[in-house]
Design a protein around this ligand. Structure first.
Ligand code: HEC
Ligand code: HEC
Length: 404
């Protein structure tokens, strides 16, 4: 959360004191807030949101449960300002074929260990496939969660029945045991994956619990076992000094609620150039994957129910060709497939990253134009169409992307 938002929360605190029931009924200064809650939260939800925000920012120490192996000390450390991380805060996953290499520290590479413990940062077995992942933004994920499974399933065209060269598949995944059917994406049987770079996670609860345990080494009631490599535990039987579970289910649920209720940024200024870019974006069939809006279904929280969600993604996985392939399967996704990156908030990318820009799953593109030109596979025709535009037209497409 940034300073600007602190002002916002001071304002909320004041209105709380005033006893007003519904807070923040309107979007704050369009899009300048990265950590604003959805409109119309009642007092008790707002309190959870504020607590979750604190959880999200909290840097863990070894005494509080950090480690023994970890990637970063806080959620915020990797998702600055609730936005996306940079190439410095990403991490890689590794595996070999279907083998997650759990005994060698897979499938996630933790590059740090807490001090005072005779562990070394993880090595990666020779021949393992690595997949570097940039942290995506966390705003708007509650709206993504509130889209009915069927809405996403209906967009899939796995056999390209309509012959447009664009298929798009659902990443069907199994939920972790601790995610009950009360949660979207939870319970037995296959579920629509919708979170993370390959849509390999079906529920926010699993995403966040695993972030605590895998990314920070913080155990919870949901995942109470510490994450260390068995090659290390043979010689070292202690992890950190904090007893497991290190945080309660309640803390995890507050953090889940925080990201669930984070509002996506509002659209930027719509100029004539932006409008012509939008037409080109449609004509080039970018919209076949970057579906401009999806609708949420019924929801117990009115602010998430039956909303138009302008995320510019179908949440499906697409074969993006050899160039972008990581050759590493994830859930049902193969080594060529990636989730259509939601494009909302694109105009704020440099703001999250101190003026820098990183795009695509691993941040290899440092401009929007480069990101589009690196599309392949199912997106080859759209990419070639973009490459064939005049420079004025290309600028218009970029201007459109920078208005999202
Ligand atoms: C070490 C860096 C790191 C830390 C710490 C971290 N994340 Fe992430 N987060 C990532 C990366 C990388 C991904 C994408 C993973 C992938 O694609 O496999 C991600 C994905 C997510 C997503 C899915 C977003 C989407 O669009 O699908 C959510 C939500 C999320 N993280 C929330 C959190 C929360 C909450 C915490 C703290 C409990 C946290 N993260 C801690 C790096 C991090
Ligand atoms: C076949 C589906 C498909 C089509 C068609 C497509 N995209 Fe994409 N796009 C994707 C996927 C999948 C990703 C994520 C790739 C990755 O993570 O490496 C992506 C990523 C992007 C990104 C990077 C976003 C980010 O935050 O990293 C931009 C910008 C983008 N697309 C713009 C476009 C434009 C403009 C067009 C039309 C010329 C287009 N795309 C056509 C599927 C598609």
């Amino acid at each position: 959360m940034r300073n600007r938002s602190r002002v916002l929360f001071a304002a909320i605190a004041v209105s709380l004191l005033g006893g007003c029931d519904t807070l923040m009924t309107k979007t704050p200064t369009a899009g300048n807030e990265f950590a604003a809650p959805m409109d119309g939260l009642d007092q008790s939800l707002n309190a959870v949101f504020l607590q979750g925000d604190e959880n999200f920012e909290k840097p863990f120490t070894p005494a509080e449960g950090l480690g023994p192996i970890f990637n970063n000390v806080s959620c915020e450390g990797c998702h600055p300002g609730d936005g996306r991380g940079s190439v410095e805060t990403g991490f890689f996953r590794f595996s070999a074929g279907g083998d997650l290499l759990v005994d060698s520290g897979g499938p996630q590479h933790q590059d740090k260990v807490i001090p005072g413990i005779r562990l070394v940062p993880e090595g990666v077995p020779a021949g393992a496939d690595r997949s570097f992942r940039l942290p995506p933004p966390v705003f708007g994920v509650g709206l993504i969660e509130a889209i009915d499974e069927q809405t996403i399933v209906d967009l899939a065209d796995p056999d390209d029945a309509d012959g447009d060269g664009i298929s798009g598949r659902v990443n069907w995944v199994m939920a972790a045991d601790f995610v009950s059917e009360r949660h979207v994406g939870g319970g037995p049987g296959p579920h629509v994956g919708r979170f993370s770079r390959k849509s390999q996670v079906s529920s926010l609860l699993e995403q966040v619990s695993a972030a605590y345990q895998q990314d920070m080494g913080v155990t919870s009631d949901f995942i109470p076992e510490e994450n260390f490599q068995s090659q290390h535990t043979a010689t070292v039987s202690i992890g950190d000094i904090a007893p497991d579970p290190e945080i309660s289910a309640n803390t995890v649920l507050e953090t889940v609620m925080y990201v669930r209720l984070l509002q996506p940024p509002a659209r930027g200024r719509i100029t004539a150039e932006v409008e012509s870019g939008e037409v080109l974006f449609a004509n080039l069939q970018c919209v076949a994957c970057h579906v401009p809006t999806l609708r949420t279904g019924d929801h117990e929280m009115p602010t998430l129910a039956n909303q138009e969600v302008a995320l510019y993604s179908d949440l499906l996985i697409h074969d993006m060709g050899e160039g972008l392939a990581d050759n590493r399967p994830d859930g049902d996704a193969d080594g060529y497939e990636w989730r259509t990156a939601p494009l909302w908030g694109t105009r704020l990318v440099p703001d999250f990253l101190g003026g820098q820009e990183f795009y695509l799953h691993d941040g290899r593109a440092t401009s929007l134009e480069e990101a589009v030109l690196l599309h392949g596979g199912e997106a080859q025709a759209a990419r070639d169409g973009f490459a064939a535009l005049s420079s004025t037209e290309r600028d218009a497409v970029v201007a459109f992307l920078k208005s999202l």
